[in-house]
Design a protein around this ligand. Structure first.
Ligand code: TRP
Ligand code: SF4
Length: 329
């Protein structure tokens, strides 16, 4: 049998995931389980880069993300699901890599300046924030992952990871493969108000929403404002409901034709989308309910995950230390 490629990817624990996260990153991660050996990491140290001041909700957020992962279909029997801070080797490797990473490389990473601009006024221009992509590199290299599924915004981090791997290999002998980013095709998922779905806009449909809640949110969606009567022909291209069908890649010609031909009213059209979305999310919702009542199962999954991850990361670090002559005298 051909040796499977190895994937590592990470997600910051920022709370419950929404439909946009699911149709984008997460469903892709689920599919990749068939093809790769997968390590999926909840990167709580990375979350500190922006949220170090108030850490009170960290455990709750880790739990929420894990529940979302599992209910969306990440399978702890096939993939290693773990928390970054449970595997201390990430910190050691981050330190080692930081020594050989030129300051100019991290300073030019565009996400750094962007973050500072976006979160202006808060003291986040920290040492840790500058090192964020080096820590990410450590996450990836600790598993010698060859493939990293990410969104487009993360490509500069992947580029840096490759440069650091190359530099390490050049200085001390080859230990790391150069990880390749694998772009996730992210469909443009609108929020219920027609803007991009985003927690900061408060326009999300969450994986945790009950079917009734999903239907209710769909009823509130903004449609073509000029369609007042059912007999008015509609313009699907400016309608949020239609944009959802597009994101789902379902029933497009049919919805469009009925809308333009004024053969369905917006209330009915929304009702249908409500059914489509709530039945899509219903199994996820039920799995979540089961997991919520089972904290022991969650803890066991993470314990087993960090055991497996730790084994791999320890072996890598041993090799690193040997290559760098850090194994004692
Ligand atoms: N920086 C990534 C993000 O914000 C999260 C992340 C941390 C990550 N470590 C990683 C992604 C390793 C891929 C691989 O989305
Ligand atoms: Fe949107 Fe459907 Fe109304 Fe057309 S009929 S405007 S697609 S809700």
């Amino acid at each position: 049998m051909a040796v499977k490629g190895r994937i590592l990817s990470g997600m910051r624990p920022t709370g419950r995931l929404h439909l946009g996260n699911w149709l984008g990153a997460l469903s892709n991660w689920v599919r990749l389980q068939d093809e790769f050996e997968c390590f999926y990491c909840i990167v709580d140290w990375h979350a500190l880069a922006t949220d170090y001041e108030d850490t009170s909700r960290v455990p709750e957020r880790i739990r929420e993300v894990l529940i979302d992962w599992l209910s969306a279909g990440l399978d702890p029997e096939r993939s290693v699901l773990f928390v970054q801070s449970d595997v201390k080797e990430h910190a050691e490797l981050h330190l080692l890599l930081s020594m050989l990473t030129p300051l100019s490389w991290v300073e030019r990473v565009p996400t750094f300046k962007e973050q500072l601009r976006q979160l202006e006024g808060r003291e986040i221009a920290t040492y840790g924030m500058l090192g964020y992509p080096v820590l990410q590199t450590a996450d990836i290299l600790a598993y010698r992952a060859d493939t990293v599924p990410v969104g487009e915004d993360q490509l500069p981090h992947l580029e840096l990871a490759r440069e650091i791997a190359r530099r390490f290999n050049h200085l001390y002998g080859t230990v790391f493969p150069e990880p390749q980013g694998r772009l996730t095709e992210i469909p443009l998922v609108p929020g219920t108000d027609g803007r991009k779905m985003s927690k900061s806009y408060g326009n999300t449909i969450e994986l945790a929403d009950a079917p009734d809640e999903v239907r209710r949110k769909v009823q509130q969606m903004v449609t073509d404002p000029q369609r007042i009567r059912k007999s008015d022909p509609g313009r699907p291209e400016i309608c949020t409901v239609y944009a959802f069908y597009k994101a789902l890649a379902q029933r497009l010609p049919e919805v469009e034709e009925r809308c333009r031909g004024a053969r369905i009213g917006c209330v009915g059209c929304k009702k249908e989308l409500g059914e489509v979305l709530s039945s899509l999310l219903e199994p996820v919702y039920h799995r979540r309910r089961e997991l919520e009542n089972n904290p022991g199962v969650l803890r066991e999954i993470l314990r087993e995950g960090s055991r497996k991850a730790g084994e791999v990361a320890r072996a890598t670090l041993e090799e690193c230390r040997r290559a760098m002559n850090l194994c004692g005298i």
